[in-house]
Design a protein around this ligand. Structure first.
Ligand code: M6R
Length: 606
């Protein structure tokens, strides 16, 4: 977790640029923020517990300047959010300053060793061993670069690290298992955990590989491996507009991203389907790509896992054996895997540690892997055999919204490729399915234009708990509806398979617990039966159903309507209503919608 940023230039405005970068990275963690800036001598360090505004207050009094700096926004892993645990960290003196994202697994042993040699530690963090080690190597008389390399060799775990040293005009950085990208501008460099950090300044990006060491000075940069051998990394231009990374007039990123779904879905679909002929054209997956596959496993976490369940159901219904696994469980007790197993990692960020661990395990066991991700150049995209990009654009709100919709659509397309390659024939209903996909962006727009989610949120705002039920592809949507609701409202919310209610959860249902029922067009009668069970216990029912669904209107207290579509993608429309419901419920409660407590956008620790 955490976000890191570094600026290398010869003007004096590194602090301003670091602050912009930190604000753009705040979605990665917001327990504390800090920066170090160099103007000749020692790096000057400023850091504070809490959000970046607190750091800004400190900087307003101090007004440091310099062209070289590193910054950090923290999501705590070792030690509570305190000023002392905020980054940058220094050694015993102020010669070295370091920011780090990831976990140094052997920090305990290193700390003991360093303590025995007289080092004194100021924080509880795993990171602090790094500047102390560098300091020791510098004392041996080696160059800062050598001291950095020698230190990195001692680390095990996952890390992206950036460092400033008193006697040098360079930023030293490396990555292993945690993201780090380089932004290249005229006479200036940026290093950051993610591209949006520096999009205000440049859209030219170098994606680093694990083991790369970057030494960036105002007049140039060098990238080498850990042994010092030069490595070639190309500069790529990203087409993300800095506007895209801003709120664009909405009160919250989440609301903006919910409203971006029609555009995001058009991007996801562009050039990939022909609704007339039923053809699917995925860049790196021509016909026959998956001929050797006999079963598919999806691994993912949170919202992406819910998309994975949809993907597995689509395949299962079309005679391709498929299952979705929570990545954290898959990594500890994996199911059987062989050379005919395709393991699909569904991950918006491409950096989720649990998902990466599951994918690595699958690869080691001989499976072929595909990353379905939003981030080109992410670890998942680079480590898997292939990648399918969902093209949703940057998502800043911690709550995943547009990326769920784009994941479901991407998995539907990938699913059809798989069905054809594995079974030798197209899905029976492919024309209807693809026509539904083509209509989906417009239908999402309709939901956005006519929703009454805010009224519904108001009506049930004083409830004790909130339950969500659904069947088939409506089941993952019920799970997703509940996840979103609890994540941003902090209210108790649970999602259940509609048929499971009577096996336990019904005991929780009272007149104070509204039940949101997702009707997706399949097994309508059975879902209706479950709604009646709820109704009989006096619970208010909110149906998510089409506006001609008379039974839903008869039995529900309220209906959130969605346009008619193919049952396999109906969940996307229902989910948009539930996203809006959660958003408005959280807004009415005054919650921190884009940065819910205890959570971070990208979970890069297991
Ligand atoms: O980046 P990923 O898709 O791998 O992230 C997985 C989960 O952490 C993520 O979907 C999380 O559940 C969402 N923030 C929930 O809204």
């Amino acid at each position: 977790m955490c976000g890191i940023i570094a600026c290398v230039g010869d003007s004096d405005d590194a602090v301003d640029e670091l602050l912009v970068g930190l604000e753009n990275l705040e979605y990665r963690g917001y327990d504390s923020a800090g920066l170090a800036v160099k103007n000749g001598g020692d790096p000057a360090v400023f850091k504070r517990k809490g959000e970046i505004s607190r750091l800004k207050d400190v900087l307003a009094d101090e007004t440091p300047s310099g062209g070289l700096g590193i910054g950090h926004t923290r999501w705590s892993t070792h030690g509570p959010p305190t000023d002392a645990n905020a980054h940058p960290h220094t050694g015993c003196g102020d010669r070295v300053a370091v920011v780090h994202n990831g976990i140094i697994e052997n920090h305990g042993a290193l700390r003991e060793e360093l303590r025995a040699r007289g080092h004194v530690f100021d924080s509880d963090t795993d990171t602090e061993v790094i500047p102390h080690l560098v300091e020791e190597h510098l004392a041996e008389g080696v160059s800062p670069e050598t001291a950095f390399r020698r230190t990195v060799r001692r680390l095990s775990g996952s890390y992206a690290v950036a460092m400033l040293v008193e006697e040098s005009d360079a930023v030293y950085a490396t990555r292993s298992g945690s993201p780090l990208v380089v932004g290249v501008d005229d006479g200036e460099y940026f290093l950051a955990s993610d591209v949006p950090a520096f999009l205000d300044f440049t859209d030219d990006v170098i994606y680093l590989d694990d083991g790369d060491v970057v030494v960036a000075r105002p007049d140039g940069h060098v990238i080498t491996d850990l042994d010092g051998n030069a490595v070639e990394r190309t500069v790529q231009t990203v087409d993300w507009d800095p506007e895209d990374a801003g709120k664009g007039g909405y009160d919250h990123y989440m609301l903006k991203e919910i409203h971006e779904q029609p555009t995001a879905l058009r991007q996801t679909l562009r050039g990939r389907v022909d609704a007339q002929t039923g053809e699917v054209a995925l860049e790196d997956f021509p016909p026959g790509t998956f001929e050797d596959v006999s079963r598919v496993q999806f691994v993912a976490c949170g919202t992406s896992y819910h998309a994975g369940i949809v993907g597995a159901r689509l395949l299962g219904a079309r005679d391709v054996p498929a299952r979705a696994f929570l990545a954290s469980e898959y990594a500890t007790s994996p199911p059987p895997v062989d050379g005919e197993t395709l393991v699909v990692g569904v991950t918006q960020s491409g950096e989720t540690a649990d998902t990466l661990a599951a994918l690595r395990r699958a690869r080691a066991a001989g499976a072929r892997t595909v990353a379905v991700t939003n981030v080109v150049g992410s670890t998942a995209a680079r480590e898997c055999d292939d990648a399918l990009f969902i093209r949703a654009g940057p998502e800043i709100g911690v709550a995943a919204t547009k990326t769920f919709s784009s994941q479901v659509v991407s998995l539907t397309l990938l699913g059809e490729r798989l069905v054809r390659d594995v079974t030798g024939s197209r899905s029976d209903d492919v024309e209807e399915l693809f026509a539904a996909l083509s209509d989906l962006p417009g239908q999402v727009q309709q939901v956005l234009d006519y929703t009454k989610a805010r009224r519904v949120a108001k009506r049930y705002r004083d409830s004790d708990a909130y339950f969500f039920i659904g069947r088939d592809t409506g089941f993952p949507v019920a799970l997703e509806g509940a996840l979103k609701f609890k994540e941003i409202t902090y209210e108790h919310a649970e999602g259940f398979a509609a048929g499971e209610l009577k096996h336990g959860p019904l005991a929780l249902v009272t007149p104070e617990t509204p039940v949101f029922a997702v009707f997706n067009g399949r097994d309508h009668e059975k879902t209706l039966g479950n709604v009646k069970e709820v109704e009989a216990r006096g619970a208010p029912v909110v149906a998510v159903a089409t506006d001609d669904d008379e039974a839903a209107f008869e039995h529900a207290e309220t209906v959130l309507t969605v346009p008619e579509t193919h049952p396999d993608v109906a969940g996307v429309l229902a989910n948009v209503q539930l996203q809006l419901l959660s958003y408005h419920a959280a807004d009415l409660l005054g919650r921190s919608i884009d940065k819910p407590r205890n959570l971070a956008k990208s979970v890069t620790v297991e």
